[in-house]
Every structure is written in structure tokens, then in C-alpha cells.
Design a protein around this ligand. Sequence first.
Ligand SMILES: Nc1nc2c(ncn2[C@@H]2O[C@H](COP(=O)(O)OP(=O)(O)OP(=O)(O)O)[C@@H](O)[C@H]2O)c(=O)[nH]1
Length: 319
Amino acid sequence: MSELKSTLTSGLIPAAVVLERPRLLVVDDQPVNIQALYQVFAKDSEVFMATSGQQAIEVCRQKRPDLILLDVLMPDMDGIEVCKILKADVETQNIPIIFVTSQDSPEEETRGLEVGAVDFITKPVNPAVVRARVKTHLTLKMQSDALRALASIDGLTRIPNRRFFDERLDAEWRACRRAGSSLSLIMVDVDHFKKYNDHYGHLDGDNCLKRVASSLAESNWRGRDLAARYGGEEFVCLMPETDLAGAMSKAESLRLQIENLAMPHAQSANADYVTISVGVATTVPSEGKSEEVLLGAADEQLYKAKQTGRNRVVGVALN
Ligand SMILES: Nc1nc2c(ncn2[C@@H]2O[C@H](COP(=O)(O)OP(=O)(O)OP(=O)(O)O)[C@@H](O)[C@H]2O)c(=O)[nH]1
């Protein structure tokens, strides 16, 4: 449970998922039906409302509700279509959708479940039934969000792991390619870390990695940036919409940040304390280029930083 608690506070699970006051979206073209559901939930939940499919999608993207109660039959865009659109978008696909319908045929229900709804409720709604079903699906959503977040965190350092980083790199690569903007990668490696372990012991080595990780993760990052543990004593940072100059300047401030922790390292050939070497690579993703090439380039720059004396930043912009 304490693991889950620290995961929650790390920000990887949205605060709303703690569900002290769940956020529900009720969608129906008839205000009287919205009113009926509003009365069931208003006391314990924050209730958003939408009277059309298009409005429902907009509210969803802005407010990120924990669950949607969605009317099937609506004039412009029906509930099935709304559900398909929300399930196709990574930002909204994990929000459970319960269809609320006056047509309770098996065909209708099958169609709804096939496009991704989790449940069906028939009109006129029974307050006790709808409350119980919503509670069940909110609990399931909280559990699956918590599991997803735990699977994304490195066990030792509690910052995002390589798996999470790989997923985000993939998504940001595509986003920067669409926008025609730069994507930068920063590779960080602790200098002479084998000697650190040999001198202070593996437990102190672990603590050193934890401090480096926290310092990197707590740096002053912009919205879509990400710092993760790549493996061993290596860390990686992703900076979308950032050119080489911006990434080099951030990398230099990370290097200083670690130096300023002033963690003693008696065996380092570079300094009396722990330092890092940093490799930076930037590209504008396009047809024919790959994420692996960007990763390889950052790694190559890191190698150069090691070869040319460590405790330094080296970078390259790829054509
Ligand atoms: N304590 C601890 N050590 C780790 C962990 N992961 C990797 N290491 C150690 O990190 C060390 C990395 O050593 P090397 O790859 O030789 O690099 P280095 O000693 O840092 O030398 P340079 O990178 O060239 O400065 C190895 O001794 C690994 O065992 C970990 O989770 N905890």
C-alpha cells in the first residue's frame, strides 16, 4: 500500500483517481434525463453535463472525467459514435463508459459492448442500481490506473522506468513529426560508478542512484518533458519541442545540479564528489528517420563525453 501511496504522490496517477469526489460526465440530448442522473450523483460527485455527442467529446478532453454515462440515441452524433471516438484517443480511451438507453435489446447491448462500453443501464434509471454500477466501475478504474502506474515506475528510484520512457518516446516522436518540431534526448551516466560501489558498497551505491534520480526528476521540467531511469546507472530525459541549444543548456544545468549535491566520491578520477557525463541528440522526426537513431546518437555523444574527460555535456543535431 505504501508503494501505491508514493506512486500516487509521484503524479503518475491523476489525483482525481483517488476518488474522494469522482468526476462524472452525463450525456443526454434531453435535459430532463440529465437532471434525473444529476440528482442521483450531485451530493457525492462532481457532475459535468453535455447535451450532444460533440459537446461530450470536448468536455471529456478538457475535464478528464472518471466515468461517462452516455445516452445512445442522440440526433447529430449517437452514443456509439461518441464511444468509438473516445476509445480511439489515447488521452480518453481509459475512461469507462456506461450506456444509458431505453432500447435494451441484446443486439443494442452487444453493439455497445463491442465498441468499448463497460456496462448498460436502461431508462428510466433506478437510482440505487445506477449508483451501485457506477461505484463498481469507478473502483475498477482506480485499480487499473494504479496498476498501470506501478508498472511504469522503476523499483529502486521511484521515477518512471524504461518501459514508460519507450512508450512516451514513441508518442512524442509521432507528435513532433506531425508538428514538424524538434525532439531532443539527454542521456546521463554516473561517472566511475563501479568504483563508487566498490568503495562504499552496493547499498550506498543504490542510495546514490536514488539521489541522482530524485534530483533529475525534480528538476524544473516543462509540461511534456520526462526524466526516466534507463537502466543501471544510466538515465534518460525526453524533451519534445526543444532544439539542440535548449537541450544543451538543460543538460548543463542537470550536470551542475548533480555536482552541487556534493555527494562524496573518494575514488573518482574527476572530482571529490559524484559527477555525471551527458550526451545530447536532437532531430526533427520525419519519414525515413527512427527513434533508435536518435537514441544511438545520444548514446554516442555520451561516450564522447566519457572519452573526453567525463563530468561534461556533448551534443549533436541530426539532419
Ligand atoms: N548499486 C548499484 N549499482 C548498479 C546498479 N545498476 C548498475 N550498477 C553498477 O554500475 C556500475 C557501472 O559501471 P561501468 O559501466 O563500468 O561504468 P562506470 O564505473 O560508471 O565508469 P564510467 O561510466 O566510464 O565513468 C557497475 O558496477 C554496475 O554494477 C544498481 O541498481 N545499483
